[in-house]
Design a protein around this ligand. Structure first.
Ligand code: NAD
Ligand code: DAU
Length: 349
């Protein structure tokens, strides 16, 4: 089995690469990543010398490059995570999201369709998507696989568009696709522009914690390792054309989550209780800010038997511990020096 993982140097992708290499020593994993600001080969240091792992630097917006890669390699499957992933960036720079998330996905679909020469026996194209395609919920209800798409940010609009293209390639060409839509992930190696790592870093440095609006928006948090475990079961067992929602039934208002984070950080840093919460600063709300996400993952639990492996309290404790014991990682990504890592490791290749 030879799997092409795109975006494997990013947050979720690095956990997926590690999970597959460790769970399936007989598989080969090729990690294709263009190493944008969010791609960091340091995330894969512990597995980079495994003989069944290979890194390829390349851009999914380059159709010719993808075609040659598929012509040169015989991939059995694709797990597609490469994307622009940050909502705030999509508000200031929407075109980059169209290029990577929409055009990049269509390029990859074309490369797989052509590379596999219409013979899709034993093949799989797995597209990783988000719950944000469903739009926003009021105080009640949950997103199911039948919830109509209603994206509000340029990011979620680009992901919705890519989901539609993936389904269209199943309907039109019979490409054996599967899609999953997951809720907010947290864990080690997340770029500190996203809420949890950004706030851990700011608390550590005594910097203000910028809470958008009133902090009343609700997100449904899942440990990234449990997302990788779900991707494993869906990759191996879902029927072609299927969609699965992934989530941990774990809703938090932002402000409650931030207060919990402050409490954990006070304890771990030996600060007086309440010290870190003094950094909370309410700022202008995000434009088009979705009020609430909540995922109904009962289809995945019922059909494929997946359940999260740890509680949020355990996962958050573990995650804070990881960032505090990997301060060098945090300092490297915030200073940009990690960009030099690629040159040192792969210079000239
Ligand atoms: P990330 O931003 O941490 O990583 C994205 C990776 O894609 C980076 O390594 C980057 O270098 C690479 N990349 C970007 N543009 C590329 C291009 N043109 N060609 C090749 N590689 C490129 O993102 P993440 O949070 O790990 O998210 C991964 C996927 O999961 C995305 O598709 C995202 O929409 C989806 N998702 C994320 C979450 C979440 O909470 N983070 C939840 C649900 C779904
Ligand atoms: O739901 C899945 C999505 O979760 C993924 O598809 C996205 O790739 C991922 O980035 C994430 O999107 P969010 O916008 O929900 O995540 P973010 O960490 O940016 O924000 C979480 C919540 O915290 C959101 O309500 C906005 C708020 N927030 C965020 C930041 C960065 C703040 O209040 N202040 C901040 O500084």
């Amino acid at each position: 089995m030879h799997i092409l993982v795109t975006g494997g140097a990013g947050f979720i992708g690095s956990h997926v690469v590690r999970h597959f290499l460790k769970s399936y020593p007989g598989y080969r994993v090729t990690n294709l990543d263009s190493l944008t600001y969010a791609g960091n080969l340091e995330n894969l240091r512990d597995i980079e010398s495994m003989p069944n792992y290979r890194f390829v630097k390349g851009d999914i917006t380059d159709a010719g490059f993808l075609d040659s890669l598929f012509a040169a390699e015989s991939f059995d499957g694709v797990i597609h995570l490469a994307a622009e992933s940050h909502v705030d960036r999509s508000i200031t720079e929407p075109t980059a999201f169209v290029k990577t998330n929409v055009l990049g996905t269509v390029n990859l679909l074309n490369a797989a369709k052509t590379g596999w020469k219409g013979n899709f026996e034993g093949k799989r194209f797995y597209h990783i998507s988000t719950d944000e395609v469903y739009g926003t919920l009021g105080r009640e209800g949950m997103f199911t696989e039948e919830t109509p798409y209603d994206p509000h940010s340029p990011y979620s609009a680009s992901k919705a568009s890519s989901d539609h293209f993936v389904r269209a390639y199943f309907d039109t060409y019979g490409l054996p696709v599967v899609i999953s839509n997951c809720s907010n992930n947290y864990g080690a190696c997340q770029f500190p522009e996203k809420l949890i790592p950004l706030f851990i870093n700011n608390i550590r440095l005594g910097k203000p914690l910028p809470v958008y609006g009133k902090g009343e928006n609700v997100r449904d948090w899942l440990w990234v390792v449990d997302h990788a475990r779900a991707i494993d079961v869906i990759y191996h067992r879902a029927k072609a054309g299927e969609t699965y929602n992934i989530g941990g039934h774990n809703e938090w208002t932002n402000i409650d989550l931030i207060r919990l984070l402050c409490t954990i950080m006070d304890r771990k840093l030996g600060r007086e209780p309440g010290e870190s919460a003094k950094l909370i600063t309410y700022v202008t709300d995000r434009a088009g800010h979705d009020l609430r996400y909540a995922i109904d993952s009962s289809k995945l639990q019922r059909e494929l038997g997946w359940v999260p492996s740890i509680t949020f309290e355990q996962g958050l404790e573990e995650t804070v511990g990881w960032y505090l014991s990997n301060r060098e990682w945090l300092e490297n990504v915030t200073s940009g020096s990690y960009m030099r890592y690629y040159e040192e490791m792969y210079g000239g290749r």
